[in-house]
Design a protein around this ligand. Structure first.
Ligand code: HEC
Length: 191
């Protein structure tokens, strides 16, 4: 029995040493932002995010109505805080959003209209750990976080006035030249 436990301890020690050497040599967790995440990393990050949101995100509808006032305020907040990474209505990638690890999703193209409002609110409020997604809960008011969440929820069905405002927003960052983008991220017209 004693030798069995010693054997287990030896195996654990070997894994710890491999892990330690992997970390300090930068081979297990490389520090570059221009790599592609491995399957295990993607799985762990997704599971953890899903479980945290299930536990913490508010359920039910937003506490403010999705009227023009809310949507216009949400669009203004998006233009001031989010567009640099998540892009404008044209769904074009900026050098900033494209260079991040993980790449920032282009919300004008692949929006989050299908997600519950509470989930969008949670992501904006708390951010997403180990990605470029910042937490805005300490810098925007609770109402402002809801306003931008409600705008994202209704992005594909905006009334005319907010829609015009949204389409007029321009990304202040430099856009990635189309030929530098992988095929799936290119605007439709360029093939
Ligand atoms: C510095 C860049 C950056 C800024 C600024 C930023 N985000 Fe993000 N955001 C990200 C990245 C990167 C992700 C992807 C995280 C991941 O892969 O899980 C993300 C993810 C999200 C998601 C989840 C998308 C999905 O498909 O599930 C939402 C919603 C979101 N951001 C909203 C916002 C809003 C609203 C703002 C502004 C108030 C904002 N973000 C500002 C980088 C940014």
């Amino acid at each position: 029995m004693k030798s069995f436990f010693l054997g287990v301890l030896a195996v654990v020690a070997v894994f710890l040493v491999i892990g330690y050497v992997g970390v300090i040599t930068g081979t297990l967790i490389p520090a570059n932002a221009d790599g592609t995440p491995g399957k295990l990393e993607r799985w762990a990050a997704r599971q953890s995010l899903k479980a945290t949101i299930a536990r913490e995100a508010p359920s039910g509808a937003a506490p403010i109505p999705a009227n023009d006032e809310t949507l216009n305020a949400g669009i203004k907040i998006y233009g001031d805080n989010c567009i640099v990474c998540h892009g404008a209505a044209d769904g074009r990638s900026s050098t900033v959003g494209f260079g991040l690890y993980q790449k920032a999703p282009l919300l004008g193209k692949h929006g989050v209209e299908d997600d519950p409002e509470g989930e969008i609110y949670w992501k904006v409020d708390h951010g997403i750990r180990l990605t470029g997604m910042p937490a805005f809960g300490h810098t925007l008011s609770d109402t402002q976080v809801w306003q931008v969440a409600v705008f994202l929820k209704h992005m594909d069905s905006l009334p005319p006035a907010p829609n015009a405002k949204w389409r007029a927003l321009k990304n202040p960052a430099m856009l990635v030249p189309t030929d530098k983008l992988p095929k799936q991220m290119r605007p439709k017209s360029s093939g």
